[in-house]
Structures are given as structure tokens and as C-alpha cells.
Design a protein around this ligand. Structure first.
Ligand code: ARG
Length: 587
């Protein structure tokens, strides 16, 4: 379905054309003076140069041609040459009704579906999720849902960190505790047990213990480094342990992501890239790109136009070990081979930007990725605590995500118990739905690249630009609809032309749906959807306060309002689903 603003633009372009001017001047935009008009066209000012005529004369010529248009309630030519439009109620009502009868509210699927991979989440196996991982999960999930809704073929990959020192640390600690296990016996050539020699809670304790020890004990650290190297070189027993760690950890991670309403199509990790490293290194050498520098193997990736220094991309360390860059390059090998994506979007902390500049350039230079594949770094800023500094626990450690979510959940639970007579079970379930919305909206309503403060008070408030405010509005609409549905059918209802200023304003907001989603997709910016639904809720609440809906005596009018509520509700629920949360039935 064509967007309303495109239809209007067409009409105005036609009028420019009929009046003897190039139609390119007829582009219509939303008004930046909503007190004067709803839409405007500034083309006469630009046309004045070409036609050497006063802009107001051009605007008046065009205006004459629009006199009979059914689309507008009024068109004014205002000095120096603006064309100001108010759309006709009938035309607007009919358009919004068409949106209502379309199950995508007028947003057609793309005619040109791409394969898009999204690399997000990025948790590190065996380490608990910390607050830094929240943003990647929340933003990535939303970008994934938006891209799917547009009609693209989207693949989300969690890209586990499962190949680093943390593995060596766990192995070292385990060996110390249970040296008798067959995994440590180099002469063992039987099958390894299918059961892991630890549970998730042991694993969660082993890693921090080992990490703490390695900071104090040089020998211990050496052992962990050695174990990491042996694991990476393929030592059988260690590989078997890695698999145990992965199985247990992934099971736990899945549960945690589920709570966040985040899910991945692929659970690949750094370790899955390892088998591609030797051939890739050979390719880099054969192409004459990789050379030795101080013992290490590197590829130059700097470009003349660089404003900051881009150091060479390190492929192998002097001891032959691979690095984070190596893994990301090799990951691109299988991504291209198995999925042939048109775009790959990496949702990662801003602080890793240089790493990705190097990886992207190296991949293109070597032809690991075709030139027309778009490799995109969607960097996000830091989530800070109330003091404006990165989140820390009281003793200065990294804050576990769980604790943060519990805090906001408890806050929400108490609020909900306070002002309603819900039973405890329902209050719990509602609190978890609303607190997830609070967290996600609090994050997504900011431009991703900016730092923001995780402000529990603000995020859980039901007033202002917050998740709970959006949910309250949805719940309000649903409750009216439920009352109506109790005695009436909602099939075959039609939206009528607006009969008041606030109804018209609500409709003029609804018609921004298509463009908001498209912009959010094009800019990988869920914040555009937040901005849209915040305004929409605002316009709805205005309408709600000014209008008798269920008590309206005119049945035709009442039906029109109800269908307007249905559309508003459907659009809001679609949008929050794209943001990755949902609304309770009541709150
Ligand atoms: N595991 C990494 C971290 O915790 C993030 C991974 C990001 N994705 C990637 N392809 N490098 O920092």
C-alpha cells in the first residue's frame, strides 16, 4: 500500500506539472508548523530559481490546480512560497480504514529480500552474562525482528566466546580438583563419558575461582595458558571437556535469553571457525597480503583517507596462536560458504570498533567476502549506573545481568501490588512482563551508539517516555475493547472520518507507521519505533480523555471508534513485538 505522504506528493506533483513546472518540485513533507497545517511543500522556493519567477506566484499557480482536489480540506499559498495543506477528513478516514483492513497496516513486504546475518549476544561461555551483554542482546534482537518484518531472510547468530583463556582456566582448575579424570590422561584412548564432570553451578564457581587464582599465581596462569594452547591445538581430552562446558553453558544461556525474549537461529561460536583458519591463512599468504612483522603474521589494512591510525590486522601471534581477529575472519569464511549473506550486522560494544574495521578491511582485501556484501558494525555505547559510571557491583566487580534484572523486577512487583488487587501469582507474571519492557524500552529508546544511564526509577515509571507508559496505554485500549467485545462482535467494523481534532491527530499519527518501520530498518535504529509509539500513545491518550467511547450514543460512531482502537492496538502491539517485548492483559 502506498504511504499517505506518497499519495499526497503524487497529487501535488501532478499539480506542479499541470501548471507547467517540473514535478520534482512537488515533494510533500510533514509540516514543521503543525499549528498552521499538517503537510507542506517547499518546492516553489526551489522552482523560483529555474523559472525566474517569484515563489509565491508559482505556489499560487499550483494552488489553482488543486482547487478541486478531494484530498485536501484546505491548501494555502503562504509567502514567500510555501504550500500548506490540511488533509480532508474523508480522505484520511478512508486511508486509515484501508490500513485497518490490511494485516500489515499498509506496509508491504520488500520486493527485494536480502539474506541478512546478525551477530549479536556474544556471551562468553562459562562466564555469567553481565550487564554489557544486555545491550547486544536487546538491540540485536530488535534489529533482527524489524528486518524480518520488512520481509528479509534473517539469521541471528549468537557467536559464543568459547575459544579463549577462560577455557584453559577451567581446565586447569578442574585438573587440580579431579586429576584422576580420564580427560587429563594423555594415554587414554577410549571414549569419554557423555555426562559432564561438573554442573552449571560448579562451572559458575570454577571460572571466577580460576580467574582469581591466575591473577595472583604466575605458575597457575602459565598452566592455564598452556591448557588453552593445547586445547586449541586439538588435544582430545580437552576438546571433550570443551564440549561438556559448551553443552552445559549453552543450556543455561538459552534459559537466560529466553527470559529476555531473545532467541537465536544459530548457536555457533568462535570454536566453529577454527577449522577454517589454516586455509584462510594460506589464502592471505598466497595473495601476498600477509607478511611477518616482529615474528607475527600481519596484513596491512590502513587506507590513505584514514583520520586515525589503523594498525595492521594481526593474523597469527609469534607463537602461531590465533587471535580474536583470526577467529572473526575465519567465521566470515563459513558464513559466506553456508549462507551467502548480502549483509552482516555486528551488534557489539563501541569499544570494539577498531577490531571490526580491521576485520572488515582484511576480509574484503582478501576476497573472503565479496565487495558487494555489506559488513556493518552497529556499535553501542556503555550502559552506566546511576552515578554515570559503568555498572559495578558494590565490591567493584562486573554486575551480573541477573541481579540487575531482579532489581527492576522487584521494584515493578511492589508497584503492581501497591495499586491493584491482583493476586500474587498474577502480579509476579505481570511484573516480569512489565519489567522486561521497562529494561528494553529504556535501552532501545536511546540511539544505540550513545551511552545511557540505567535509571531504575525512571525506567519503571508509568509516566513519560517509558516502557510501562506504553504498556499502560495498550492495556487501557485492550480493556475498552474487552468490554465492547463482551456484548458485540468486532468483525466488519470500519474506521470513520475523524469527527474531532484529537481523532484526526490520532489518525495522522497512525499513518506514520509504515515510514517509522522502514526508517528503523534502514538505519538499524529501533529508537525510531520507540519515538513513533511514544507519540502514538500520547495522541491516543488525548483522544481517550476527550472522547466518550463506550458511552457514545451514536452506534455508528461508536463502531468507528472501536475500529480505530483496534487499529491503534494492533499497531502498538506489532511495534512492541518488533522491540522484543509484549503487553500483559492488565496491570
Ligand atoms: N564475546 C565478545 C565479547 O564478550 C563479543 C563477540 C562479538 N562478535 C564478534 N563476532 N566478535 O566481547
Amino acid at each position: 500500500m502506498e504511504q499517505l505522504i506518497e499519495i499526497i506528493s503524487k497529487e501535488v506533483k501532478g499539480a506542479f506539472n499541470n501548471a507547467g513546472y517540473d514535478e520534482k518540485y512537488g515533494n510533500v513533507t510533514l509540516s514543521n508548523r503543525p499549528d498552521l497545517c499538517e503537510f507542506q511543500c517547499n518546492g516553489a522556493m526551489a522552482a523560483a530559481k529555474e523559472y525566474k519567477k517569484a515563489p509565491i506566484m508559482i505556489a499560487e499557480d499550483v494552488l489553482k490546480g488543486l482547487d478541486n482536489s478531494q484530498m485536501f480540506e484546505s491548501v494555502d499559498a503562504i509567502k514567500p512560497g510555501f504550500l500548506n495543506f490540511k488533509i480532508s477528513n474523508k480522505f484520511l478516514g478512508e486511508y486509515v480504514d484501508k490500513m485497518h483492513s490490511d494485516n500489515r497496516f499498509g506496509l508491504d513486504k520488500t520486493k527485494n529480500p536480502l539474506t541478512i546475518m546478525i551477530d549479536y549476544g556474544g556471551p562468553n561461555v562459562a562466564k555469567p552474562l553481565h550487564v554489557g551483554h544486555l545491550r547486544s542482546a536487546v538491540i540485536g534482537e530488535s534489529v533482527k525482528r524489524i528486518s524480518k518484518y520488512i520481509g528479509h531472510n534473517v539469521i541471528g547468530d549468537v557467536h559464543l566466546g568459547d575459544w579463549g583463556l577462560q577455557m584453559g582456566l577451567i581446565i586447569t582448575e578442574l585438573k587440580l580438583r579431579k586429576p584422576e579424570l580420564c580427560y587429563f590422561d594423555e594415554n587414554y584412548d577410549g571414549e569419554y563419558p557423555s555426562e559432564a564432570p561438573f554442573t552449571i553451578s560448579e562451572l559458575e564457581e570454577i571460572y571466577p575461582t580460576a580467574s582469581g587464582k591466575s591473577k595472583e599465581d604466575e605458575e597457575y596462569k602459565e598452566a592455564a595458558l598452556e591448557a588453552t594452547k593445547e586445547l586449541q591445538a586439538g588435544r582430545r581430552g580437552y576438546r571433550a571437556l570443551l564440549n561438556h562446558i559448551l553443552t552445559i553453558s549453552v543450556g543455561d544461556l538459552k534459559k537466560n535469553y529466553e527470559k529476555l525474549n531473545v532467541s537465536f537461529d544459530l548457536w555457533k561460536g568462535e570454536s566453529d571457525a577454527q577449522e577454517y583458519i589454516p586455509d584462510m591463512v594460506k589464502l592471505l599468504k598466497d595473495k601476498g597480503l600477509a607478511y611477518e612483522s616482529e615474528g607475527a603474521l600481519v596484513v596491512d589494512v590502513k587506507e590513505e583517507t584514514d583520520k586515525k591510525e589503523v594498525p595492521p590486522c594481526m593474523i597469527l601471534k609469534s607463537d602461531g596462536a590465533s587471535l580474536y581477529t583470526t577467529t572473526d575472519l575465519a567465521t566470515l569464511v563459513w558464513r559466506v560458504k553456508d549462507y551467502n549473506p548480502d549483509r552482516i550486522i555486528y551488534v557489539v560494544d563501541n569499544r570494539q570498533e577498531m577490531h571490526f574495521i580491521q576485520v572488515f578491511r582484511c576480509a574484503k582485501k582478501a576476497g573472503i567476502v565479496r565487495d558487494d556484501v555489506s559488513l556493518e558494525f552497529l556499535g553501542f555505547g556503555t550502559m552506566n549506573g546511576p552515578n554515570g559510571k559503568p555498572f559495578k557491583t558494590r565490591d567493584g566487580g562486573v554486575m551480573r545481568l541477573e541481579f540487575l534484572l531482579d532489581e527492576i523486577n522487584n521494584k515493578m512487583y511492589n508497584k503492581i501490588l501497591e495499586n491493584d488487587n491482583m493476586n500474587e501469582d498474577e502480579a509476579k507474571s505481570v511484573a516480569s512482563t512489565v519489567s522486561l519492557a521497562a529494561v528494553k524500552y529504556g535501552d532501545l529508546s536511546n540511539q544505540a551508539s550513545k551511552d545511557y544511564i540505567f535509571d531504575v526509577e525512571k525506567f519503571t515509571s508509568s509516566e513519560g517516555n517509558t516502557g510501562p507508559y506504553i504498556l499502560y496505554t495498550i492495556v487501557r485500549i485492550k480493556s475498552i475493547l474487552n468490554k465492547y467485545k463482551a456484548d458485540n462482535s468486532i468483525d466488519d467494523l470500519h474506521i470513520m472520518e475523524p469527527d474531532s481534532d484529537c481523532t484526526k491527530k490520532l489518525m495522522l499519527e497512525l499513518v506514520k507507521f509504515q515510514n517509522s518501520i522502514i526508517t528503523a530498518y534502514e538505519e538499524s535504529a529501533p529508537s525510531k519505533i520507540c519515538g513513533f509509539i511514544y507519540e502514538l500513545c500520547d495522541k491516543f491518550n488525548h483522544f481517550y480523555h476527550e472522547t466518550k467511547i463506550l458511552s457514545c450514543e451514536d452506534d455508528v460512531k461508536k463502531k468507528g471508534y472501536i475500529s480505530l482502537l483496534l487499529l491503534t492496538n494492533d499497531i502498538l502491539e506489532t511495534c512492541i513485538d518488533l522491540l522484543g517485548f509484549n503487553a500483559p492483559e492488565r496491570m
